[in-house]
Design a protein around this ligand. Structure first.
Ligand code: UDP
Ligand code: MG
Length: 320
């Protein structure tokens, strides 16, 4: 049976790039006539003529599908809408439509998938972004690697191929502050990288300004780590420890050089450190409950099964 590969392609004000992108995509996928393709464009409330162009592409080629969100919901939500709609494809490729992710690399992702890998992600060997974007991104990925509970690969964006069973699992994660590359890492299965050189943006400007980049980074950190909450009580313990040291110091001054002791100072100094330390410890206690409430409200699946090979009679109530 012919295998079906769907491309999920988010579009936000890419009118100046779309034709070039679609041509490159067609040229790449033409090299695999043995596969059935679907090109699922998700228009994320574009303000330019992107949607009209997409509908024209759709009229010319029925492998093109178009979804239009009712307003700009952001890249991550647009991807999610596309994954939800990708339905019965055997694999889904997710990539940007500004030609920063070269369509020919998706062929390598497909080839890796055909060797039995469930998630083939495209890892940037080099990238052509501005100095500022490269440094902030690299700092962010370093911090994330230290703090996150799952291992999220570095220098990897959303450009990846996912097997149908991974797409199904990712679809069970419905949190609002979305960090899709973290969710895919959380899901598990066999994940491997293909290295590529990331191109420059073909035309137009990045849809991520500093504000959306910061909020995206905080979704990544807060969504996959409760370490910031745990830092509160660590700080509290450190400050309480200072109050103990201070008390020792005050005591020795009183015993060994009583003529230098200033009345009242000990009580204020030690008390200040002790109380603020205790307060932070208690806030940390509240924080750890809050962290649990937070994780519970994310309501993620407890686990994902890669295989269930069971005995013939192990499922009660089923007959074969
Ligand atoms: N995009 C989107 N919604 C947005 C911003 C961007 O669907 O609100 C799309 C955009 O069209 C592109 C991809 O997401 O295909 C990546 O966006 P962008 O190039 O702006 O991000 P960058 O490459 O700068 O990280
Ligand atoms: Mg881009």
């Amino acid at each position: 049976m012919r295998r079906r590969v769907a491309y999920v392609l988010p579009v936000y004000d890419e009118g100046r790039t779309l034709q070039a992108f679609h041509a490159a995509l067609l040229a790449a996928t033409a090299q695999r006539p043995d596969l059935d393709f679907e090109f699922l464009y998700v228009d994320d409330g574009s303000r330019d003529d992107s949607l009209e162009q997409l509908l024209a592409l759709r009229a010319a080629d029925d492998r093109v599908a178009v979804l239009a969100l009712s307003r700009n919901f952001g890249h991550q939500v647009a991807l999610t809408a596309g994954l939800d709609a990708a339905g019965d494809a055997d694999a889904v490729v997710v990539m940007d439509t500004d030609l920063q992710d070269p369509p020919r690399v998706s062929l390598e992702l497909i080839a890796l998938w055909e060797t039995g890998v469930d998630v083939a992600y495209a890892q940037r060997r080099t990238r052509q972004d501005t100095w500022f974007k490269r440094t902030t991104a690299s700092l962010f990925y370093r911090l994330l690697a230290r703090l996150a509970d799952v291992e999220i690969p570095r220098e990897v964006g959303d450009f990846r191929l996912m097997d149908a069973r991974v797409v199904a699992e990712v679809g069970r994660y419905r949190e609002h502050g979305r960090f899709l590359r973290g969710i895919v890492a959380h899901v598990g299965f066999r994940q491997e990288a293909v290295l590529f050189d990331r191109d420059e943006r073909h035309a137009g400007a990045s849809g991520y300004d500093l504000r959306t980049m910061l909020s995206f980074a905080s979704h990544g950190l807060l969504g996959f780590s409760t370490a910031p909450l745990r830092m509160i009580s660590k700080l509290g313990f450190a400050i309480s420890a200072i109050s103990v040291l201070l008390a020792v110091y005050v005591f020795s001054v009183r015993v060994f050089t009583p003529e230098q002791a200033v009345p009242g100072w000990a009580f204020l100094g030690v008390g200040m450190f002790l109380l603020s330390g205790l307060q932070l410890i208690m806030m940390g206690v509240i924080g750890s409950y809050l962290g649990r409430v937070y994780v519970e409200t994310q309501d993620r699946p407890l686990y994902s099964l890669a295989l269930a090979a069971r005995g013939r009679r192990s499922a009660p109530g089923t007959r074969d």
